[in-house]
Design a protein around this ligand. Sequence first.
Ligand code: NDP
Ligand code: ZN
Length: 179
Amino acid sequence: PTNENLTDLIKCYNFAAIKHKNQRRKDLEATPYINHPIGVANILTEEGGIYDLDVIKAAVLHDTVEDTDTTFEEIEENFGPKVRSIVAEVTDDKNLSKMERKKQQIEHAKRSSFEAKLVKLGDKLYNLRDLDCQTPVGWTEERVEEYFIWAKQVIDQMRGTNLALEAKLDELFSKHILE
Ligand code: NDP
Ligand code: ZN
C-alpha cells in the first residue's frame, strides 16, 4: 500500500536534515541544528494540536532558506506553493541588518497568514525554552533578557492564533520579563 502523506513528510524531514547537516545550535553542546526544526514541528502537533500537513512541513523547513543554500524555488518544486509561501513568510530578509530584521519581524507578524503565525509561535517557544535552560555561548544574561522582550513584542502581534502555545509562551515571558 502507498501512503503519500507519510512519504511526503519523510521527504521533508530528509530534505531539512541534509540542508542543515553542517550546522549546530548555539548551546554549549553544539546540538545538531536539525533538532530545532524537528522540535518546532513536534511542538505544533503535540502541544498545539495542529495537524495541517503544510504547516508541519513549513515548520520542518522554516530555517532552510534563511540559514542554508536552499532557494524558495527548490521548496516549491519539492513541497508545493503553499509550503513555499509559509516558509517565505517566516524567512527574514538577509539584505537587512540584524537590527532591521528584528524590527521587521515585529511589523510583519500581525499581517502574516494564520499558518505562518503557527510556525512563528512554535519557533519562538522552542528558542525561548532553549534560552530558559541555558545561555548560548558568548551571550550575556542581559542579551538573553533582551531576546525575551523582543520575542514578546513579536508574539503580542499574533494573539488569538493558538491559545495553548500562547499560554506556554506567556509562562516564559512572566518568568523572564519583569513588569
Ligand atoms: P541572534 O539573532 O544572533 O541569535 C538568536 C537566534 O539564534 C535565535 O532566534 C535562533 O534562531 C538561533 N539559535 C541557535 N541556537 C540557539 C539557542 N541555543 N538558543 C536560542 N536561539 C538559538 O541573537 P540576538 O537576537 O541577540 O541578536 C540581535 C542582534 O544584536 C545581533 O546583531 C547581535 O549580534 C546583536 N547583539 C546583541 C547583544 C545584546 O546584548 N542584545 C550583544 C551583542 C550583539 P533560529 O530559530 O533561526 O535558529
Ligand atoms: Zn527557527
